[in-house]
Design a protein around this ligand. Structure first.
Ligand code: SF4
Ligand code: SF4
Length: 379
C-alpha cells in the first residue's frame, strides 16, 4: 500500500497505488435544497446509456429519498456498519477508511449486493424520519420531521475503490479530466469493482456478463458540454466544472468557490476515503445532528449557516453563482457576479452564459381594453 494525501480527511491514508492526480479533475456540486425528485436526470441518463438488454435494473444516476431510501438497498448502511467508529478530531478523520479497514487478502473493505437489492430503486420514497402527527412540526426551521432527496452518480473519485480492486486493471482514471472509465474489452465480470465501490456505482450486466459504470458523459465533456443528467436538471440543483486541490484554489472557478472558498459543497461520506468529486450542499431544513454529520462530514452546520446567510441576502456572490446552476449546456471555468448579472466564462475568457439576478416585474392592468377581459391575478 502507498501513502497518499486525502485533503477531505485532512491526512495521509493508505491506497493501493501511488498518488497521481489528473491534470484536470471534473467535478459537480448538487444543491440538495433545490431537488424535487422529479427524476428527469435519472431518465436522461437511462435513455442515453442504459436502455439495452441486461441494463433493466441499472440506474447510473438515481435519486433516493433520505433517510429510508437507498439504491441498491442499504448501500451505505451496510458498509457503515462494517467500517466501525468514524470519528473526526479537529477536522481530521480519526477512523479507518475502506482501504485501511480492508480484511487480510482484500484491497478494499466492501460488500456485494444481492440481486434483489437492485430491484427497488424508489424504496422509501417520501417517507419521513418520523411519522407526522400534527402539521405544527413544519412551522419552525430546521424541521424535527424531515425528508430530503439525494441525487447520485459515480463520484469519479480521486482514489477510486473500483479501480483499486480490479484484478484485471480494467478500470482507469483519465489524466486529462479525471473521469473514471471501465474498459469493457478487458473486464471479465468478476464484480470486484461492484463489491469495492462504497457508492455502488459500477453495475453488473447479466446479459454481457461484464460490469459497466457511469462515464460522466465523457463524449459530451470532450466537446465542452455538460453531462446529460446535469444539463437536464429541472430543479437547477447542479453545477458542473473542474476542481482544484485546496493548495491551488482559483476563487473565480465555480466549483472551487462553492467547495473551497464558501465551503458549502461537502463530499458524500468522506470517511470512506475515495475523495469523491461530487459535492452536496446539505439540506437546511434537517437538523445538523449525527445523521447529516456522518453523511457529509463535520462541516455540515457551518455550511448550513453560510447558506442561510445567503438566503437572508448577506452573500450576493454565493446567490449569483447558484443562479448559474444549469443555466447553459456549456462548461464554464470562471464566473463573475455584478449588481445585475451572474456571468460564466470559458478557458479563453469568452462569455458563455449570463443570467439576470432579478427578473423584470411586469404589472398588467386589471382590465384589458384590447381583449375586453378582467384579470384577477395581475402580477
Ligand atoms: S464512485 Fe465508485 S465507481 Fe465511481 S469512481 Fe468512485 S469508487 Fe469508482
Ligand atoms: S432532475 Fe434535478 S431536481 Fe429533478 S430529481 Fe434530478 S437532480 Fe433532482
Amino acid at each position: 500500500m502507498a501513502k497518499v494525501y486525502n485533503w477531505q480527511l485532512g491526512r495521509y491514508m493508505e491506497y493501493w497505488y501511488e498518488e497521481v492526480r489528473p491534470r484536470k479533475q471534473m467535478a459537480a456540486v448538487f444543491d440538495i435544497n433545490k431537488c424535487i425528485a422529479c427524476q428527469t436526470c435519472t431518465m436522461a441518463c437511462k435513455t442515453t446509456w442504459t436502455s439495452g438488454k441486461g441494463q433493466e435494473y441499472m440506474w447510473w444516476n438515481n435519486v433516493e429519498t433520505r433517510p429510508w431510501g437507498s439504491f441498491p438497498m442499504g448501500w451505505d448502511s451496510k458498509l457503515l456498519n462494517l467500517l466501525g467508529p468514524q470519528e473526526w478530531v479537529n477536522g481530521i478523520y480519526a477512523g479507518k477508511t475502506i482501504f485501511e479497514a480492508a480484511r487480510p487478502g482484500e484491497r478494499v473493505l466492501g460488500n456485494l449486493p444481492i440481486d434483489m437489492d437492485w430491484a427497488y430503486p424508489n424504496r422509501g420514497e417520501d417517507e419521513t424520519n418520523e411519522p407526522i402527527d400534527e402539521a405544527k412540526y413544519y412551522f419552525s426551521m430546521p424541521h424535527s420531521i424531515w425528508t430530503f432527496y439525494l441525487a447520485r452518480v459515480c463520484n469519479h473519485c480521486t482514489y477510486p475503490a473500483c479501480l483499486a480492486a480490479c484484478p484485471r486493471t480494467s478500470i482507469y482514471k483519465r489524466p486529462q479530466d479525471g473521469i473514471v472509465l471501465l474498459d469493457q474489452q478487458r473486464c471479465r465480470g468478476y464484480r470486484e469493482c461492484v463489491r469495492a465501490c462504497p457508492y455502488k456505482k459500477p453495475m453488473y450486466n447479466h446479459e454481457t456478463r461484464i460490469s459497466e459504470k457511469c462515464l460522466f458523459c465523457f463524449p459530451a465533456v470532450e466537446q465542452g458540454n455538460w453531462p446529460r443528467c446535469m444539463r437536464s436538471c429541472i430543479g437547477k440543483i447542479r453545477m458542473f466544472g473542474s476542481i482544484h486541490t485546496p493548495d491551488n484554489i482559483d476563487p473565480e472557478n465555480p466549483i472551487d468557490f462553492l467547495v473551497h472558498v464558501k465551503k458549502v459543497g461537502l463530499p458524500l461520506y468522506p470517511q470512506f476515503g475515495t475523495e469523491p468529486n461530487v459535492y452536496y450542499i446539505p439540506p437546511i431544513h434537517v437538523p445538523a445532528t449525527k445523521f447529516l454529520q456522518q453523511m457529509f462530514g463535520p462541516n455540515v452546520q457551518k455550511a448550513q449557516e453560510t447558506y442561510n446567510a445567503m438566503r437572508n441576502g448577506e452573500d450576493p456572490e454565493l446567490q449569483g453563482i447558484l443562479m448559474l446552476n444549469v443555466s447553459t449546456d456549456r462548461i464554464f471555468s470562471k464566473f463573475r457576479v455584478t449588481d445585475k448579472h451572474a456571468i460564466g466564462f470559458d478557458d479563453n475568457g469568452s462569455e458563455v452564459v449570463r443570467v439576470n439576478l432579478n427578473e423584470p416585474k411586469v404589472v398588467r392592468p386589471f382590465y384589458d381594453p384590447k381583449l375586453g377581459v378582467y384579470r384577477h391575478n395581475i402580477t
